[in-house]
Design a protein around this ligand. Structure first.
Ligand SMILES: Cc1cc2nc3c(=O)[nH]c(=O)nc-3n(C[C@H](O)[C@H](O)[C@H](O)COP(=O)(O)O)c2cc1C
Length: 192
């Protein structure tokens, strides 16, 4: 069976961001699984123009465009910024639309405080629904992330290993099911 293509999008370009640690660590966990192919995208690598916005810009970012076209799902690593998510993350997601339809999305929430960006994820659900993505119900939350990884990005709390396994199991189930659906059940949004 073909591997599921499940890219990871790191959702902040902040200098000194801690979200890079869970993002890179999760990519490592995904790479251990035979059924997953993945790749880390970083919103900091998108030179977004300040005088234009949206789908008309997608050809400026061919790697992201082509990966999302081929993808079976997406992992979004969202930092908590004043109980919301960064505009840069939204701007990168808004580069595409139809290409997301009937694919899975799973959220990783990262915060300095005790809530692990749960509020942020809740607020992103209606937005990704409009993109046509289908949300898993198993988030991976990193509260107090500064205590969970050391400065080199080494995981300090082994409890996250099982949490990540459960998170990925659910994403794989959703992505597999939706892939079968895209390939077998007609829809005006994609070719069967
Ligand atoms: C503009 C801004 C607002 C923030 N607001 C919150 C917040 O509301 N709650 C919280 O727990 N942490 C907040 N933080 C801290 C981040 O959640 C923390 O730095 C975490 O590591 C994720 O962001 P990072 O990847 O930029 O480090 C904020 C950080 C910034 C830069």
């Amino acid at each position: 069976m073909d591997k599921l293509l499940l890219p990871v999008l790191l959702g902040t370009n902040r200098k000194g961001r801690n979200s890079i640690h869970p993002a890179k660590w999760l990519v490592g966990e995904m790479e251990k699984r035979a059924e997953i192919a993945t790749k880390l995208f970083d919103v900091g690598d998108f030179a977004l123009p300040q005088d234009d916005y949206g789908q008309g810009l997608k050809d400026l970012f061919p790697d992201w465009r082509d990966t999302i076209i081929k993808a079976d799902g997406l992992v979004i690593v969202a930092p908590e910024y004043n109980h919301g998510y960064p505009g840069t993350l939204k701007a990168v997601l808004d580069l595409m639309l139809r290409e997301y339809v009937h694919k899975a999305v799973a959220f990783v929430g990262v915060s300095a405080g005790p809530w692990g960006a749960t509020r942020v994820i809740e607020s992103m659900v209606p937005m990704v629904r409009e993109l046509g993505l289908a949300v898993t119900f198993s988030d991976l939350n990193f509260p107090k992330v500064q205590n969970t990884f050391d400065a080199e990005g080494k995981l300090l709390d082994a409890a996250f290993e099982k949490r990540a396994r459960d998170f990925l199991d659910e994403l794989v189930w959703m992505a597999t099911t939706l892939k079968w659906g895209r390939e077998n059940v007609p829809s005006k949004f994609h070719q069967v």
